[in-house]
Design a protein around this ligand. Sequence first.
Ligand SMILES: NC(=O)CCC(=O)C(=O)O
Length: 259
Amino acid sequence: MKGSFNKKESMQKAEKFIREAAGNGAEIISLPEMWNCPYSNDYFRKYAEKESGETVEFLSSIASDLGIYLIGGSIPEIDGEDVFNTSFSFDRKGNIIGKHRKVHLFDIDVKGGIRFMESDTLTAGHDMTVIDTEYCKIGVAICYDVRFPEWFRKMALSGAKVIILPAAFNLTTGPAHWDITMRARALDNQVYFAANSPARDEAGPYQAYGGSCIVDPWGRFISHADERECIIYGDVDIETVESVRQQLPLLKHRREELY
Ligand SMILES: NC(=O)CCC(=O)C(=O)O
């Protein structure tokens, strides 16, 4: 979905997409990074809400109404003086079962391209997020976190077989790194990997690359969006994870003592 300056409008749009996805049989649904706030340091604090705020309440009630797992993309969360880029996850009853505060802040300065310093306004989280479902464990991280393979290996070693990444790459790094990074994280951890981006909004303060995708544990795209608004779907087969891990036992062949 495209971002908007109007939070109510974003919530209405998110609800429409979530209901449509659930109506088509989706059991685990995820929104993109900062879906209810313009992606800009000028707006994070203004749009930030406490965990007890209206957006978390809204996501929880949709999850319980539809009986789905909902990975609530990410939103700016305020806690005391600090603002975090936070992803709340909900079970089928609307309970919060995961709260991931983006651990690696997006501070980059690419010559002739993008400069963005999330740390000007945001505070980094410290904890890894792996949630339990009746299907398998699911890891949740946010966008720039994906640049740090160790973080994802840690999730896989903690039992994650699916990893979900609300994200918003840009027009400098997106064309260069989006596809290959998502495939690499799926492949090196032998997990299903789903990355959800906002749609591109030429009029907005940040041009998201788009390209939401789902990659299987063999590193193949099973679904891939372009830069426009849409829902993508994928079937997750846990036996495929087991089978790939058995045939190509990467996780077992690690030589940790040498690293
Ligand atoms: N929102 C983000 O963390 C953007 C990360 C990004 O674009 C990258 O190249 O990494």
